[in-house]
Design a protein around this ligand. Structure first.
Ligand code: TTP
Ligand code: MG
Length: 380
């Protein structure tokens, strides 16, 4: 079998599984995690009764009155997501988290490290079960879209692989909404022209682009198993960075930090504006002899506040700069960018910070960059 380098992981009934792990009384029972009057998630025991995410809690009570209804504990979910990440990062440095409970692992070029990728994935599942106490489903394939589909087929608590030789047999007979880009509205449009299965999409290339334009073409490519706008290749993920050459060489610490803060401000809001998050942050300095020095840090999660971003950048700067040597330039760069999704039904501190960031960005778009700024207080 050809090497299948892409793995999609998705924790099973994530919030409910964490509740069941923390409270043994809930294990094996229908558990419904509620937030803002709707179901955040239901354990598989509750799903048997028809309870679904997004459903009003009163409706879930009718469908499954014997369920345990619990209030979500976002801090615990973040903690468990972090524990899962700790396990995953021992297997590959290329982890693209889409949200707290799912993402892609990229094993491209790892054929020799993992000659049997399925065996490696079994190990990942076992380690998450042992070390974190919840279960994960894994989909393995040669593209991101197929790995995600495979993961859906593996659920719950399973593992599924789609290879070039079994792709048609497995995927083509499935309903079209297995593909990305097909929500309820697109589904209705396509059903009207007798497109129900993935194989129907493969037979309707022209109709798709005629009716849905570029969107239709992208759906067609997904049906072929090719990644496009929804899932980008690792190579396409760029970095965002800025650097500045000082008008005069300097070792004035206040001046250098002020410039660093300006750069952090630009890079940070550029990242946020594009709905991205990043895994690595680097600071570079250039000496007067044009030699460069860089210090990079890999982070568990992308800072959501400029102050936090700047704090890390300043620490990195002080690791490579003795505060005495005269400098010519300084730079800040973020690497390993992925699209971030802030999907959460809870209004929490994170939502508040995201709203503040969005407001700052829209004020700047209207009134210019200097219309609103954080004050920099120097402490070192
Ligand atoms: P999902 O991965 O969609 O669902 P799940 O992990 O509960 O179940 P499974 O993957 O086995 O199908 O979402 C992950 C978590 O995100 C989920 O546990 C709760 C939260 N969530 C919401 O808060 N609201 C929602 O509408 C959805 C879909 C998820
Ligand atoms: Mg999940």
């Amino acid at each position: 079998m050809s090497f299948l380098p892409i793995v999609h992981y998705d924790l099973d009934a994530f919030f409910a599984s964490v509740e069941q792990k923390l409270n043994p009384k809930l294990r094996g029972k229908p558990v419904i995690v509620c937030g803002k009057g709707v179901v955040s998630t239901a354990s598989y025991e509750a799903r048997k009764h028809g309870v679904k995410s997004g459903m009003p809690v009163f409706q879930a009570r009718i469908l499954c009155p014997e369920a345990y209804f619990v209030k979500g504990n976002f801090g615990e979910y973040q903690k468990h997501s972090h524990l899962v990440y700790q396990v995953l990062k021992n297997f590959t440095p290329f982890i693209e988290r889409s949200n707290l409970d799912e993402g892609f692992l990229d094993f491209t070029g790892f054929e020799e490290v993992y000659p049997d990728i399925i065996k490696a994935c079994r190990k990942i599942r076992q380690e998450i079960k042992n070390n974190v106490g919840i279960t994960v489903s894994l989909g393995i394939s040669y593209s991101r879209v197929l790995a995600k589909i495979a993961c859906g087929l593996a659920k719950p608590d399973g593992l599924f692989a789609i290879s070039p030789s079994n792709k048609d047999a497995i995927v083509n007979s499935k309903p079209i909404d297995i593909l990305p880009g097909i929500g309820p509205k697109t589904k209705v449009i396509l059903n009207k022209i007798n497109i129900y299965k993935v194989s129907d999409i493969l037979a309707s290339k022209e109709d798709l682009s005629k009716i849905l334009g570029k969107h239709g073409t992208n759906i067609y490519l997904s049906a072929l198993g090719q990644d496009n706008i929804w899932f980008k290749e690792r190579e396409e993920q760029k970095s965002i960075g800025r650097s500045t050459t000082f008008p005069k060489n300097t070792n004035n610490i206040d001046y250098v930090l002020t410039m660093l803060f300006e750069l952090c401000d630009e890079v940070f809001y550029e990242v946020v504006k594009n709905n991205l998050s990043f895994k690595s942050l680097a600071v570079t300095i250039r000496y007067t002899n044009f030699q460069d020095k860089e210090k990079c840090k890999t982070l568990f999660s992308s800072p959501s506040k400029l102050a936090h971003f700047y704090k890390i950048a300043r620490e990195l700067l002080f690791k490579i700069w003795d505060k005495k040597t005269v400098l010519r330039a300084v730079g800040v760069k973020t690497y390993n960018l992925t699209h971030s999704s802030n999907q959460s039904l809870f209004y929490n501190e994170q939502t508040r910070i995201n709203n503040v960031n969005k407001t700052i960005i829209s004020l700047r778009e209207k009134f210019g960059k200097n219309s609103i700024k954080y004050a920099l207080t120097q402490k070192y």
